[in-house]
Write a protein that binds this ligand. Structure first.
Ligand code: KE4
Length: 443
């Protein structure tokens, strides 16, 4: 079933560390070897052995329109005729900047980069420069790319200084990053009062995708907005995953809380490399060449990537797009939890818009699901509760579903994504596959 993938994997390991260009693709969390993909079309991808799958990874979020959307592909074919890169400004990047500003009013000015990591690193440098404060506060389970200041884990206790979360991150730098539990405002209040006037930025995924999908508890985002405003720290929403995903205007539209800086990526590149960061002019004007804060990029605003992004965002503006995604997500969530409950399998399905995660948490919580279709498993509201999910069960679910033509993210601690290319019958196929798997488990 995976012979050619296996051969390619063996060859890839000779020239690429672990055979992959990003660890998330290595299937380490689920065991086995990574698939090599040959092509995608609509809601499906096909591996090099010709196996077809309903794709719920969507390149980790960018493919909100599915694979090979005809209008995106046509726009790319046209722009290819004009060249690939000039290292000079083009009209389209101005159009994309304007469109981002229209979707995110808090973003008065925006700078394009080639990845979310670049955008996160630059946003923090800018926040430190603007506030004159070197410390930042992040949340356990949130991922903001692989910048040194963000590969930091919590020290012992809540508000202690950070420890490197990867070799190569200097402890001197890690100590400038505090880590708090997500959805725990008191911990943030303690951290900020302990390090008064030293914290320049509080950065978070407003809906976390990188511990699996974990929504903000009511009042959490509003509380962070109030605390940071009071303390003079910048509130930074990393909307690389949520931007144009959970609403056209991202989490700040969906939850009505505006940050000082916003980080974007994934969807705004339509599957090509684009990141972005932006905020009010007073902050962004500190950036070179206007101000002294330096950030640059050879391929920032690349014409091909910007064209794919622009075309994608314009399609997302069409009426009913997000309602359609919500309907598919509801159909999937209710179907999955009904299948699990019917087989006595304990799951908790977290979801916001078209991003979701099936957590295999214990069923002994006794806590009724907040809404139908969330399942009877213990709630997942932060990283410790996410880690209560049974990784063995998730891994078994991943492979049992793959065998049935359903490609889920190869990790319990990742979000899955729907696209506008998914159909109700795709959802039915997915729910049927899950029901077969859960029934098999309970035999
Ligand atoms: P990139 O540098 O990968 O473009 O973006 C980093 C990033 C920043 N912020 C958030 C909220 C993100 O989710 C990401 C990247 N997400 C991972 C998957 N969770 C990308 C997959 C990978 O690393 O291969």
């Amino acid at each position: 079933m995976f012979r050619k993938s296996q051969q390619l994997y063996e060859k890839a390991r000779k020239f690429i560390p672990g055979g992959v260009n990003s660890p998330a693709r290595a299937f380490r969390a689920v065991g086995g070897n990574p698939l090599f993909i040959d092509r995608g079309k609509g809601s499906r991808i096909y591996d090099v052995d010709g196996n077809g799958y309903l794709d719920y990874v969507g390149s980790w979020g960018p493919l909100i329109l599915g694979h090979c959307h005809p209008e995106v592909m046509a726009a790319l074919r046209d722009v290819l005729e004009t060249g690939t890169s000039f290292g000079a400004s083009t009209e389209r990047e101005v159009e994309l900047a304007e469109l981002i500003h229209q979707a995110f009013p808090s973003v008065e000015k925006v700078r394009l980069t080639s990845s979310g990591t670049e955008a996160s690193m630059a946003a923090l440098r800018l926040a430190r420069a603007f506030t004159g404060r070197s410390m930042i506060l992040k949340f356990e389970g949130c991922y903001h790319g692989h910048g040194d200041s963000l590969l930091v884990k919590a020290g012992s206790g809540v508000a202690t200084l950070g420890l490197p979360d990867s070799p190569g991150v200097p402890s001197e730098l890690a100590r400038l990053t505090l880590t708090c539990p997500f959805n725990h405002l008191p911990a943030v209040e303690e951290a900020i009062s302990r390090h008064k006037d030293k914290i320049g930025a509080v950065i978070l995924e407003p809906v976390v995708g990188n511990m699996g999908c974990v929504p903000p508890q009511p009042g959490f985002l509003e509380g962070l907005r109030a605390i940071t405003r009071q303390q003079g720290a910048l509130l930074v929403f990393d909307e690389v995953m949520t931007g144009f995903r959970i609403a056209y205007g991202g989490a700040q539209e969906r939850f009505g809380v505006q940050p000082d800086l916003t980080i974007l990526g994934k969807v705004i590149g339509g599957g090509l490399p684009v990141g972005a960061y932006g905020g009010r002019d007073e902050i962004m004007s500190r950036l070179a060449p206007v101000g002294p804060v330096y950030q640059a990029g050879t391929l920032s605003g690349n014409p091909l990537a910007v064209t794919a992004g622009l075309t994608t965002l314009k399609i997302l503006q069409r009426p009913g797009t997000y309602q359609g995604l919500e309907r598919l997500a509801d159909q999937l969530r209710v179907g999955l939890t009904r299948a699990a409950n019917g087989a006595g399998v304990s799951v908790r399905v977290n979801h916001v818009g078209s991003m979701f995660t099936v957590f295999f948490t214990p069923g002994d919580s006794g806590i009724e699901p907040a809404q139908p279709g969330e399942g009877a498993g213990a709630p997942v509201t932060d990283f410790p509760s996410a880690k209560r999910s049974d990784p063995e069960r998730f891994s078994r679910f991943f492979w049992d579903m793959l065998q049935r033509g359903i490609y889920l993210p190869p990790s319990q601690f990742e979000a899955a994504f729907l696209s506008t290319a998914h159909t109700p019958s795709d959802i039915e196929q997915t729910v049927t596959a899950a029901a077969e798997v859960f029934a098999e488990w309970s035999r």
